[in-house]
Design a binder for this molecule. Sequence first.
Ligand SMILES: Cc1cc2nc3c(=O)[nH]c(=O)nc-3n(C[C@H](O)[C@H](O)[C@H](O)COP(=O)(O)OP(=O)(O)OC[C@H]3O[C@@H](n4cnc5c(N)ncnc54)[C@H](O)[C@@H]3O)c2cc1C
Length: 432
Amino acid sequence: MSTVIYWFRNDLRLLDNPAFLLACGASSHIVPVFCHDPADRALTHWGFERVGAHRRVFLAATLADLGAQLAAQGSALIELTGRAEDILPSLARELGVTRIVCEAIAAPDEQAAVQALRAVGLIVDTVWQSSLLDPDALPFSTRQLPDMFTLFRQAVEKANVAPSVPVDFPQTIPSLPVMPVPLPHRHHVMPPAAPDVDARTSFPYQSAAYAGGTTAALAHVHQYLDRKLAHTYKDTRNGLTGLDYSSKFSPWLATGALSARTINAAIEQFENEFGANDSTYWLWFELLWRDYFRFLHLKYGRKLYRYHGLAEAGSVRPVHDATLFARWSRGETGEPIVDAGMRELAATGYLSNRLRQIVASYLIHDLDGDWRAGAAWFESQLVDFDVYSNQGNWLYLAGRGTDPRGGRRFNPQKQARDYDGNGAYRALWETA
Ligand SMILES: Cc1cc2nc3c(=O)[nH]c(=O)nc-3n(C[C@H](O)[C@H](O)[C@H](O)COP(=O)(O)OP(=O)(O)OC[C@H]3O[C@@H](n4cnc5c(N)ncnc54)[C@H](O)[C@@H]3O)c2cc1C
């Protein structure tokens, strides 16, 4: 038994965290670390920050909650600034550590970081744990993943693939090692200033009930189910404003404060007590979409990040008109439903699924924009940014993924008539 570094990534929880449990079981001392990548604050080549203010505030609350849970068990969260591949090797050297445990992330940058750590001789054990279903439990290998969501879902349901039971909080956490420089003193991360709460928001993350972290996440799931909102989800999920039209689980899922297995177990318990219906099934259905985009990454990896995605190379050319893009991102296109959605996104860090589809489709199909710039803008703004779901949905709408229909255009005027018939949403977000 020795000292192990546990590197928290998008799994910022202790509940149902098999990778963390593995580290606890394999070490006499454990050093829980989170790395703040300075690139998150730098401008991307699209001209804006990779991680905007909403995400930074939500993440800070998530880390504070995780830190408090570790402290309650005599440990601590060590927040460091730097790229993991740059700073973990020197930390490991200082501590005399050779092993790092972390969750597996099947996206190119995240995989490159792990490879870089291995290249300097560190043992890095990665554990896949962000999906609802275990890839090994699927009725096919991920290389054989069907290229249509419906075929995937049908195969999973026919084979009765069930998620594994969530694992509990660790009973005990191995203590921090004795350090030449006490580890908590290395913390030098400035807490970000929270943008003002916009009273129109559908996800007021500045309030305790919607703050980042497992504590608020569990309370949210319980109140959602206590109020039996899961029984009406399918009827309300296409709503545009308010706290309750959809589950709002996504920000906690995205940071890993809550696992999909924990949510699913709570819904199953709810179904056992109060009955299953189309709506409770539809929550499972949507969580399967989330899994599908994860498994697509396991199958196609880096190909999903090319402009042409899975389509023929050369069949399409990247186009990025910076002026049009700026108008789109500021909500100044002149198309009222699109502009309202883009203003909501920038002001609150959250947007309904319906609006995400409308605004993304508009950039791709009406403005002929580069979908990767749109995906990057969502990455910067969304408190629930998730690399798999974001990339997957943008690619799907652009018709560069596995969608057999080859792209989806949402007619903004028809969408406005169907989902905002009385114009209330457009009026609400008429101004920024
Ligand atoms: C262009 C575009 C980009 C998106 N980017 C993201 C993203 O970065 N992060 C993210 O979590 N979701 C993303 N989505 C999916 C979806 O819009 C959000 O998951 C959903 O709106 C979150 O709100 P909710 O938790 O209330 O969802 P609910 O409707 O209550 O759904 C329950 C859960 O199911 C999952 N889910 C629902 N719809 C989808 C979907 N289309 N794809 C994948 N999972 C889904 C989510 O985990 C969600 O929390 C994107 C959709 C589009 C069209």
